[in-house]
Design a protein around this ligand. Structure first.
Ligand SMILES: *Cc1c(COP(=O)(O)O)cnc(C)c1O
Length: 371
């Protein structure tokens, strides 16, 4: 089966095979492996040894976002959330339920968030301490720019939290150039192409240390993750980790480096997107974003306005041809979402486009000439 879902993604056989072992997380040999993963992740984020640290947590990306909000935004504090998609709305919900005060800043979901509008919102409200942003909006496929937004946050003397879950590893990020950033977040199962199970926050250590104990949750306290590492060693865990997923993540990192790292991964995903987008346009499907705003991570398409079409029917018929896409959408109007990330190639995309053509014909959706 070819997974064209924006997480969990298609993985390489070597990565999956690494899961098939029993490991004790407190074993000394595994501790060495875990320390190496933390250092590699920090370096990949543009972090600096002794200044920044990788603070992992068991679980999904939402857990990382909640942990960062609880750790860095003071209880009752205000966080501006520029909102151009479903994942920004999730930051808002997580902040509210954690007893923080999200300040939504609506932005159309067909373009990126601009630094000048963030600057204006911060200037208008000095009580806002933080900005929470999504790097790659997996809702629509829009890419926001953390360097641009971060510059506005820095100039206003506020702090930044970046949900980079569907971006990290493919799109560039440089923590040392963004001293306003409290946390950049991602998980094992998106652009690094590992298995699901663990999330990562890369944070300035000084900030995490001073915020320890203030999260209102032991589990979600990234400051406590840091204090534990400093007390018990960087190879140690507070609670039982998904140790096989971590081990496989190490293999996925090796494959990532062997491929050529961030630039090579971005190039492959960009080509996946180019082939897919051109192919589905030839089939008469209409992208949700215009070409200038299309990111390389996820392609969102308007569902065909045809009586024969249902999303579940389309997904099921594609699955019979060996291609699996999401059976849900998060845009306000009905869409189809197709991931371009994971261990997939432009040739896989050509095959997927051919399968989609067959399915549309089977469903009686007439091909149209693309506008
Ligand atoms: C996938 C994703 C998440 C996290 O999803 P989980 O299912 O909790 O792992 C968060 N933010 C963005 C932008 C994502 O794409």
């Amino acid at each position: 089966m070819l997974l064209l879902t924006p997480g969990p993604v298609q993985t390489r056989p070597e990565t999956r095979a690494a899961m098939a072992v029993d490991i004790a997380p407190w074993d000394r040999d595994f501790g060495v492996e875990y320390i190496a993963i933390r250092e590699r992740v920090r370096d990949l984020a543009g972090g600096v040894a002794g200044v920044h640290a990788t603070l992992p947590l068991q679980g999904a990306g939402h857990f990382m976002v909640e942990a960062a909000l609880r750790t860095f935004v003071p209880a009752g504090g205000r966080i501006l959330v520029p909102c151009n998609g479903a994942y920004a709305e999730r930051i808002i919900r997580l902040a509210r339920e954690a007893g923080r005060n999200p300040v939504p800043m609506p932005v159309p979901d067909t373009r990126r968030v601009r630094g000048d509008e963030v600057a204006a919102a911060l200037a208008a409200d000095p009580t806002i301490s933080h900005v929470g942003m999504v790097y790659s909006e997996t809702g629509s496929g829009i890419i926001n720019d953390p360097a641009e937004v971060g510059a506005a946050v820095r100039a206003a003397g506020r702090r930044l939290i970046v949900d980079a879950v569907s971006a990290f590893g493919a799109l560039p990020f440089d923590l040392k150039a963004q001293p306003e950033c409290d946390a950049v977040l991602f998980t094992s199962n998106k652009c690094i192409e590992g298995l699901p199970g663990i999330g990562f926050a890369i944070c300035p250590m000084e900030r995490a240390r001073e915020r320890a104990g203030k999260a209102g949750s032991w589990c979600f306290d990234l400051g406590d993750v840091l204090l534990h590492a400093e007390r018990s060693g960087w190879g140690s865990f507070r609670f039982t980790p998904p140790v096989q997923a971590l081990h496989a993540f190490g293999v996925a990192m090796d494959l990532y480096v062997a491929e050529g790292g961030q630039k090579a991964r971005l190039a492959r995903y960009t080509e996946n997107m180019r082939v897919l987008r051109a192919g589905v346009e030839r089939l008469g499907l209409r992208p949700y974003l215009d070409a200038a705003h299309q990111g390389p991570i996820i392609l969102t398409l308007h569902q065909p306005d045809s009586p024969g079409f249902t999303l579940q029917g389309f997904v099921d018929a594609l699955k019979r041809r060996g291609v699996l896409i999401s059976n849900f959408f998060t845009t306000k109007t009905p869409t189809i979402r197709i991931g371009c990330i994971g261990a997939v190639t432009p040739d896989d995309m050509r095959g997927a486009v051919a399968a989609m053509g067959e399915v549309l014909a089977e469903m009686g959706v007439a091909p149209r000439v693309a506008a």
